[in-house]
Ligand binder design. Structure first.
Ligand SMILES: [Zn+2]
Length: 268
């Protein structure tokens, strides 16, 4: 269990929530362990600058997402063969990044069509099921789960289902696409995707270090470990990130900026 007080991420988040006029208690209740886990996996976007961030750590339903998106507003541009929608500042920075890459003879295009940018709640639900259902079938076939257990899990409410999946993963029954890691590194828990906040973009060119450099210089960083094509608009320079409670992690030869939830020990 991580400490809320004295960790760089929760300190930075606390300042953001104060500006929003809310508290950590109502934003992401400590008793909701799934929401907390999700916050610590995808929470980097909450320290973004110059954009709106959601007033809750996990959206509860389509209506909440709708209300947030309408208030934050979005703009559209064509990337490759897809029309991508993002919060205005995020889109502007992405278009500028694309100009930068073109000057280098490169390009930035959307991966996976329009879903590379703004998504709705139902999209996040469908993506969740696209990982969950095959994994359940696989683990049943392998004898790790009984059909009754799988049925019970399918019938759970959304929050309970996420909790049940994470519990199974604790004993090595993984739900990512390749079934070797947590589902959270494969798709977001429904309601928690940064794409719902219109601050995320999946880039087809994510393997090109030059493209990643250009994106970072325009405020776009990788913030979800193992989700390689996924970039988050933070509107900050790389040097500013540690002071915003993010720490640098290198995985798969790429750099990720994730919530730094390690408590700073001030006692000894
Ligand atoms: Zn993404």
């Amino acid at each position: 269990m991580t400490s809320e007080r004295g960790s760089p991420f929760y300190d930075a988040l606390g300042r953001v929530l104060e500006r929003l006029g809310t508290s950590l208690q109502s934003f992401c209740p400590p008793c909701d362990t799934v929401a907390r886990r999700v916050l610590e996996e995808y929470g980097a976007m909450f320290v973004a600058e110059g954009v709106r961030v959601p007033p809750v750590c996990v959206f509860g339903d389509a209506a909440e997402v709708h209300a947030f998106q309408r208030e934050a507003t979005w703009r559209a541009a064509v990337f490759g063969d897809a029309t991508v929608e993002l919060q205005p500042a995020a889109l502007e920075a992405l278009v500028a990044a694309r100009e930068d890459t073109r000057a280098l003879g490169l390009d930035i295009t959307a991966r996976g069509g329009a879903e590379a940018g703004r998504r709705g709640f139902d999209d996040s639900l469908r993506l969740w099921r696209s990982r969950c259902d095959p994994a359940l079938e696989h683990w049943c076939a392998r004898g790790e789960l009984t059909t009754e257990e799988a049925e019970r899990l399918r019938g759970l409410g959304l929050r309970e289902q996420v909790a049940a999946v994470l519990e199974l993963e604790d004993r090595g029954v993984f739900f990512s696409k390749d079934l070797t890691k947590s589902i959270l590194y494969s798709v977001a828990a429904p309601g928690a995707s940064q794409h719902l906040a219109m601050l995320a973009f999946d880039a087809a060119e994510f393997r090109d270090a030059r493209v990643r450099d250009v994106l970072a210089r325009r405020g776009w960083f990788q913030t979800v470990r193992s989700d390689l094509p996924h970039f988050t608009f933070l509107g900050l320079t790389e040097r500013e990130l540690p002071a915003r409670g993010l720490r640098r992690v290198e995985t798969d030869e790429q750099v990720f900026w994730i919530p730094n939830t390690k408590a700073v020990n001030r006692e000894s």
